[in-house]
Ligand binder design. Sequence first.
Ligand SMILES: Cc1cc2nc3c(=O)[nH]c(=O)nc-3n(C[C@H](O)[C@H](O)[C@H](O)COP(=O)(O)O)c2cc1C
Length: 184
Amino acid sequence: MILFVNACVRPESRTRRLADCLLGRLDGTVKEITLIENDFPKMDADFIRGRDQWVESADYSSPVLDYAKDFAAADTIVIAAPYWDLSFPAALKQYLEQICVSGITFYYENGVPKGLCRAEKLYYITTAGGPVYGDFGYGYVRTLAQVFFGIAHTECVQAEGLDMPGADVEQILRAAEEKIAAGS
Ligand SMILES: Cc1cc2nc3c(=O)[nH]c(=O)nc-3n(C[C@H](O)[C@H](O)[C@H](O)COP(=O)(O)O)c2cc1C
């Protein structure tokens, strides 16, 4: 199963276009989670206390844990997120908070996180209006994948400068699509 974590927001999303290009080249059934349509539980003190109790008693029956279970079970993960405020939309952070569950996507061995996820590879797809500064979007997700989830193999596909004056948007997107085609 390919898990498509869709953090795109706009109907005309360019990030979504690149994600569709990649998904069209991958083998397997796609399960999509559209983050903008999800009302994630508030991570308040009660929620954290309750979740800690489930983990302590190894009771993973709550449907709230389905996000983490789906992520752990996927063979391939594709995350598509536009570049917002140097990283990604807050809904993706909310989702990541829901899937970081000890006992499902990772566990601690002598205080060190070890991965429990099945995926061989995680793709991160993004598009940016200007240049991508730092590595706060993909870099963060890559480190989570490697340190928490045990997914060593990650790849970023990105298209930059789409909102710059005079940008040839179509040409930039086609170049990214060609890169996707060449890589698979
Ligand atoms: C809320 C918001 C924040 C953004 N922040 C940045 C930014 O920090 N740097 C940048 O280069 N572009 C920024 N942009 C522009 C988007 O990265 C760019 O338009 C991107 O291609 C949007 O992806 P989409 O077509 O998939 O929606 C921002 C756009 C929005 C709506």
